[in-house]
Ligand binder design. Sequence first.
Ligand code: PLP
Ligand code: COI
Length: 353
Amino acid sequence: MNIKITKTTAPKAKPPVDSLGFGKIFTDHMFVMDYAVDKGWHDPQIIPYGPLALDPSCATLHYGQAVFEGLKAYKGADGNILLFRPYDNMNRINESNERLCIPKIDVDFAVEAIKTLVELDQEWIPNGEGTALYIRPFIFATDPFLGVHPAATYKFIVILSPVGAYYKEGLNPVKIYVEDEYVRAVRGGMGFSKTAGNYAASLKAQEEAEKKGYTQVLWLDGVERKYIEEVGAMNIFFKIDGKVVTPALNGSILAGITRNSCLKVLNAMGIDAKEARISIQEVYEAYENGKLEEVFGTGTAAVISPVGELCWAGKKMIINNNEIGPVSQMLYDTITGLQSGKIEDTFGFTVKL
Ligand code: PLP
Ligand code: COI
């Protein structure tokens, strides 16, 4: 399929690098492709970034048949533009599609579309430390129909946003509230997919945690509220008594690409890292015994985010004196080094434009 390109006639001014924040500014163009049962995915186009016209009865607005992804493009020191594991993101959107009854996309074509869009808007890739061009592909149902049924028409859109740190804390440790009342997902539900409803389900707990002075919540399992799942926008790792552990993929958490990259980096460095079921009680006991050495989150938006405080059932755990620990720092340096091309990529994570 050929991508038809219509360039904007009114390019916007680029923002100063120190004012970026996360997800507030969008580039000049977007990629749009439609789906209809009789045509499949068709009419791929790049057009000026702008509002969409939707029927008020559009299925997504009522029933949330929508999936999304998040990945980043970086400008390397040598001027090369690098995408980090884009095929993994497009494979994961197809896993989400499968769960939400959305027709799959062609992974190679979707990566080509992303490359074409990023190339066109490459001047928007910011250059400062900790910045990148965030890529947000998403698919949603467009049927004007109020019956609860998988739709027959969809849009696949990719938008781009120059970003800095996701949390205002940057690389400083964040405070996380362990949520023991609300739950995000249960096994058999949609927790493993990146679908709008999971994030809607998270808002109430997030809002209450923020009122208590916490940045995000750490979810526990939806049945017993015992086992650790993940944080609002990132997976979670613990370093206990010299060993790194992250919750095993169980169907209710997102299989984070940064999580997987960290496991690979840790393995390659000979650091003991495993995926296992881990309870909040075990983490608390490790803390009481002085063995909870580091806690950090991993995600595309969050990169590596050290956790300085966990609050569980009124008990506060201050981790590593509220400072970034050596494993978190090493992973931050290695992952961002690989992403920006400063470190030679022996893992095959990056894709050059
Ligand atoms: N968990 C949730 C709920 C997320 O939204 C994200 C962000 O994408 C992650 C984990 C981390 O996933 P990844 O590393 O693929 O960005
Ligand atoms: C990401 O890290 O890409 C995410 O999707 C997290 C978030 C902004 C929802």
